[in-house]
Design a protein around this ligand. Structure first.
Ligand SMILES: [Zn+2]
Length: 111
């Protein structure tokens, strides 16, 4: 994949994640505000959505780290190279998952 396309893909994905992080934080804040004036059942709902928010946050942060690492590989001209076998990762795979670090064969244990 040409570096410019990779960079665009990674930056777009990062922008999406940052947007999700903002929305997610707003949702957490609303839950906390509501807790003072809700009953037991809805408190359970609130706890559930807080747990979900925390999970979204964890996943988000993990992917943001993966994006930072991918951008670093891009700067080092290592982006798109399978870290397991050294073959090039297909453009289709990178378009679907721009932070992929292994080719499809390695990912599926065929190599
Ligand atoms: Zn591979």
């Amino acid at each position: 994949m040409i570096p410019d396309e990779a960079r665009t893909l990674l930056e777009e994905r990062r922008a999406q994640l940052e947007e999700t992080a903002r929305t997610n934080e707003d949702a957490t804040a609303v839950v906390e505000l509501d807790q003072a004036r809700i009953g037991r059942l809805s408190r359970m709902d609130a706890m559930q959505s807080q747990a979900m928010s925390a999970e979204i946050k964890r996943r988000n942060e993990r992917e943001l780290k993966a994006i930072a690492a991918a951008l670093e590989r891009l700067d080092n001209e290592e982006y798109g190279e399978c870290i397991a076998c050294g073959e090039e990762i297909s453009d289709a795979r990178l378009r679907a998952n721009p932070v992929a670090t292994v080719c499809i064969d390695c990912a599926e244990g065929r190599r």
